[in-house]
Design a protein around this ligand. Sequence first.
Ligand SMILES: Cc1cc2nc3c(=O)[nH]c(=O)nc-3n(C[C@H](O)[C@H](O)[C@H](O)COP(=O)(O)OP(=O)(O)OC[C@H]3O[C@@H](n4cnc5c(N)ncnc54)[C@H](O)[C@@H]3O)c2cc1C
Length: 490
Amino acid sequence: MGKKVLIIGSGLGSLATALRLSSKGYDVEIVEKHHQAGGRLNQLKKDGFTFDVGPSFFSMSYEFDELFNYCGIPNPLMMNELNPVYAVYFAEKKFPYHIYKDLDKLAKEFELIEPNFKEKAEKYLKKAGQIFHDTEHVIIKRNYDNLFQYAKALVTVPLKHTPQLFKSMWKELESNFESEHVKVIFSLVAFFLGSTPFDTPAVYSLLNYTELKHDGYWNIKGGMYKIVEEIILLLEQRGVKIHYNVEIDDFRYTNNKITGFVDKNGKTWNADIFVCNSDAAAFRGKVLKRKQFSTEKLDKMHWTLAPFTIYLGVKGKIDQLHHHNYFLGSNFKSYADSIFKLSVNPEKPYYYVNVTSQSNPESAPEGCENLFILCPVPDLRYKKNWADREALADNILKDMSERIGFDLIENRISQTIYAPDDWQEMFNLYQGSGLGLAHGLNQVAALRPKNKDEDFSNLYYVGASTVPGTGLPIVVIGSKLVTERILEDA
Ligand SMILES: Cc1cc2nc3c(=O)[nH]c(=O)nc-3n(C[C@H](O)[C@H](O)[C@H](O)COP(=O)(O)OP(=O)(O)OC[C@H]3O[C@@H](n4cnc5c(N)ncnc54)[C@H](O)[C@@H]3O)c2cc1C
């Protein structure tokens, strides 16, 4: 057997790293505080319904091919490309827009509001695509040891992209499109990064390229949790053990090496190498007690929005809903400006809805539908008490019922709500932030918490708040980067 590796946490970053390291002969063991693997990529089974707890789609599907290919295994996941990619409902418009990758079809959706849409979109996406391809390998998919290396990498990016660093995504959209609805739809990706399109630099238009031109959006046949189940099957074949209900809260070290991590019951977990899949910033503060990551400093960092999620089982079929749906109001700018800080519940919330029973009938009893509703809300720094969760859920369900013409409250047979405090409690998400540290230019690449510890030479990190960042394909890339670090140091 090779060297022993202990991974703290069993999110996707952990599982992918375990698969890679076990392929290289390392003896891997995982400890997890939750009762089930997957972290945010989890599953809830209740009242005959099965729900994906967090992610419902992903871009850059080829990163999963890369992961299994790296390990010499055929990709066991049955990936489906979404078409339409999603549907968007505006409060002031009865019928949704269907968002297609096929720009001729998309131009038809927008023909009444955006003349010459196809030409405009081709031009906008071409520029966004150049940014993606000019940064994917030289900036995103690499490790940095210091700021100098980062500066050297940045100067290799063609100068023509520089203005996009100083312009907002919204300004870029304004110079390409006229319709407010088109601009709002293209700008939704900014929220995934942890900011509004008014504050997000235009370089991130590259995300529009990934969703609408490059690889599109995908999900998994049989539900997103299949990703976790399939990787665990492979790990079991390699003898990788996962210990559940084990939360690490202390550590032991000699000189500059960790000798073991200690769980809440006082048991010490020893290994040669340690990989932390708990939030890379919060863990350094809460467990390693680093001053640079004190609560005060963590609170000053930029975090992505917190999720308020409802898992709803209803009697009856809702044909008017699509697989992926965004429900937006008519006050986009003021909503976007207030949502990150507002300490009260928004009156007319914006939310995302996913209905897996439409493509996965086994996820709901016959004649029923399962709905995953995600409303981005301020994190626990701005709103600590979520005792009003039932009222907020009813508010969302009432709004949606009116907009789709189906009474969700009357037909509700199962309901579970996770507010930001639940998300914090379940997976140690800092202040309940759903996607971890935001991706402003001061929190990416060499400026993000590193995947190799500053003080301990045998401690590494993987997951949403270290490099390269958040989202399923991105943490899979992160698992490759941390594996490269470990192999280089071996
Ligand atoms: C509601 C929601 C919807 C999302 N939707 C999408 C989507 O559609 N597409 C997409 O690409 N991404 C989406 N994301 C983001 C995506 O889920 C994350 O980027 C990704 O899953 C993060 O993986 P990770 O490796 O950081 O692990 P995490 O999911 O953070 O898992 C870390 C694990 O470590 C455990 N842990 C933490 N601390 C300790 C400790 N001290 N001791 C032991 N165990 C510990 C936790 O319990 C957890 O299981 C969504 C996230 C949320 C919350």
